[in-house]
Write a protein that binds this ligand. Structure first.
Ligand SMILES: NC(=O)c1ccc[n+]([C@@H]2O[C@H](COP(=O)([O-])OP(=O)(O)OC[C@H]3O[C@@H](n4cnc5c(N)ncnc54)[C@H](O)[C@@H]3O)[C@@H](O)[C@H]2O)c1
Ligand SMILES: [Zn+2]
Length: 383
């Protein structure tokens, strides 16, 4: 027995931001990042549609990339002043994740980050407000997931808050908001979405509810990512990538991820490699490693007119190169001595990362280390 949990309302399609006009409530706080949603007009439209719905909007802006607990506490204090009954996370995943955590502190002001990050750490939400997520990047799927990643800057630790209580009530998937994304953000976030689809599809708790969503997200990324990077203003392509990210989010929030994410989290935290780029570098060798215990990569290869896991691994590497993303950690500019110095601790932490539990093949320390090393050198690993 298991469950399938996603937001109650998912509005999708070009122009779907307009659905904000039909929300019910009295006061909203819109949480945004830097200036991108101001510049591309999404913030103004959001305010206008909320006002048309009879909801008074206030704005908390300035959430940084990889949001910090300080920003979360500032936002929660702003919520306490404004007393919203609707929280709107608008922008990249950083803004939406920060808004989710601010929402928790608004509902439970005495929360402690470490406790929230523990299993069942997030208590029952929606005592004061509901949550609307409007992404402007097509990658993490946070508009769908019960996940928020917050950084404790003093400790230098990224805490994932994981609970279906954090699954937004409403998600709006409007590709128009993404047209202003810079090429590198489009490429990295799109490869992140691909990795969500691939890892969810082979998860050891994958099921027939999530498989079709994961598969279609992968199909959409292969058909659209290169064009989204080359033609940023092509809105149909932007919508297809936004849908891909959302479908992948629906799959992975229910069946989790695997060692691509477990390993990428460490490289991101240690060397600052962009999340999607790290995932893309790791994916081909993790596919080779996992292919010994699952034949599901053959289904994914078939989407591309191929048949084997090895061919699928090469297609992933080919797509990564075609959108201008590095093919190895060495190519990312990581110094070899620094890499060698961190290799064992990254391997240990990757083994302990919760995503490792859902990988189809249980890895040993030496296997993770060998995958890391091959991905640093840019070589194909043989198992
Ligand atoms: N919640 C989850 O499910 C989940 C999963 C994986 C990673 N994460 C976290 O998500 C964060 C990364 O999120 P992200 O990849 O969406 O990037 P981001 O939100 O940090 O945004 C990246 C950059 O792109 C800009 N930007 C965003 N949308 C834009 C647009 N439409 N036009 C122009 N510029 C735009 C932002 O201002 C920022 O400078 C990290 O903190 C990571 O740890 C969360
Ligand atoms: Zn990811």
């Amino acid at each position: 027995m298991t469950t399938f949990i996603v937001p109650k309302d998912i509005f999708h399609g070009l122009g779907s931001l307009e659905n904000l006009k039909n929300l019910e409530g009295t006061k909203a706080v819109i949480v945004t990042g830097g200036s991108s949603v101001r510049k591309n007009g999404a913030l103004e439209k959001t305010r206008t549609f909320l006002t048309e719905a009879g909801i008074t909007p206030a704005v908390f802006s300035g959430v940084e990339a990889d949001p910090s607990i300080e920003t979360v506490l500032k936002g929660a204090a702003f919520f306490t002043e404004e007393q919203p009954d609707i929280i709107v996370g608008l922008g990249g995943c950083s803004a939406i994740d920060a808004a989710k955590a601010m929402w928790v502190y608004y509902e439970y002001p005495d929360s402690k980050l470490e406790e929230l990050a523990a299993p069942f750490g997030v208590k029952k939400m929606r005592n004061k407000a509901t949550f609307v997520a409007i992404p402007s990047t097509s990658g993490t799927g946070t508009e769908i997931t019960g996940l928020s990643v917050i950084t404790d800057t003093d400790k230098g630790v990224k805490y994932p808050l994981v609970s279906h209580e954090l699954t937004p009530d409403v998600a709006i998937i409007d590709g128009e908001l993404c047209a202003s994304m810079p090429k590198s953000v489009t490429a990295n976030t799109g490869l992140d979405a691909l990795s969500h689809g691939v890892e969810a599809y082979v998860s050891n708790i994958a099921d027939r509810y999530n498989d079709p969503l994961a598969k279609e997200s992968i199909n959409l990324v292969f058909k659209n990512l290169a064009r989204a990077v080359a033609e940023p203003g092509d809105l149909e392509t932007r919508q297809a990538m936004h849908d891909a990210s959302c479908l992948a989010g629906m799959a992975f929030t229910n069946v989790w991820l695997g060692i691509v994410h477990a390993m990428s989290h460490q490289v991101g935290g240690t060397f600052g490699v962009a999340h999607g780029c790290g995932n893309a570098i790791l994916m081909p060798n993790v596919i080779r490693f996992n292919a010994k215990v699952t034949d599901k990569y053959g289904d994914l290869a078939a989407l591309l007119g191929k048949s084997t896991a090895e061919e699928f691994a090469r297609e992933v590497a080919g797509l990564t190169a075609s959108v201008g993303v590095a093919g190895s950690f060495k190519e990312c500019g990581i110094d070899e001595e620094k890499w060698n110095a961190k290799l064992d601790s990254m391997t240990e932490h990757a083994l302990k990362d919760p995503c490792t539990l859902f990988n189809p093949r249980k890895p040993t320390f030496d296997e993770i280390k060998a995958i890391y090393q091959a991905c640093y050198d840019g070589t194909a690993i043989v198992f």
